[in-house]
Design a protein around this ligand. Sequence first.
Ligand code: 13P
Length: 251
Amino acid sequence: MRKNIVAGNWKMNTTLQEGVALAKAVNEALKGVEPKCDVIIAAPFTHLASINGVIDQNKLGLGAENCADHKSGAYTGEVSASMVASTGATYVILGHSERRQYYGETSATLKEKVGLALANNLTPIFCIGEVLEQRENGTYLEVVKTQIEEALFDLSAEDFSKIILAYEPVWAIGTGKTATDDQAEEMHAFIRDVIAKKYGNEVAENTSILYGGSCKPTNAKALFAKPNVDGGLIGGASLDAESFMGIVTAF
Ligand code: 13P
C-alpha cells in the first residue's frame, strides 16, 4: 500500500546554523512519537551534508529542493543529482511551481532531472499544479494531466513507481488560501485515475500523492482524511518544529 508522507520544503529560508538547529529540533521531536507517516525535510543544498550528520534518517528523511538537468560539467552554479546523493540526502523536490515560474523550468528540463535523480537513487517528489486563472477557467484538471504526461509518462512502470507526486495549486502556495479538502480530493482522485490509465491500478494505488499549499496543523487533519490525499508538502509551517510536528501528527 502507498505511504503517507509529510515533507517539509524549507525553500530559501534559514542560514546553515538555523537549518541545522531546525533539523535537530524536528529529529528530537520525532523521538517521542511513532508517526503514522514518513517524515521528510527538504533543505537548501548548502545545509544537506551538515543536516545528514545530526538526524536519524530511519525516522527523518532528507531531501534537496532541486537538482541540475545535466550530469556534470561546465554548468557554473548548478548542483547535480550525484552531488545531492553524495551528501546523504535521498529525496529531491522537482518541478516546484516556483522553479517553473521564476527559473523557466519546463517539462523537457524536468524530464532530464527526473531521470538523473532516479539514476542516482534519489526519490523525486514531483510537483504539479495549476495557476489561479486555470482554476477559474476550468482547465485545471487538463493542465495537471499534461504536466504529468509530459515529464513522467516516458518512465517505465518500475521507475514511475519510485515517484512521489505533490499537487500544489499555485494559488494556494504561501497565500493562506488552502484548497478545500473536496477540491484537493477531486484533483488527487483525478491524478490517480490518470496514472491508472497509463500504468494500471496497482501502480496508481501505490503512488503517494501529497497536497501542498498553506497546509497547517489546523487544516491538515481534514485534508489527510480524504481517501486520495496521502500527506502534505509543507512550506511555511515546516519552518517551525512545533507546527511541522502538528501536521505530522495530524495522521
Ligand atoms: P506553503 O505551505 O508555504 O503554502 O508552501 C507550500 C509549498 O510550496 C510547499 O512546496
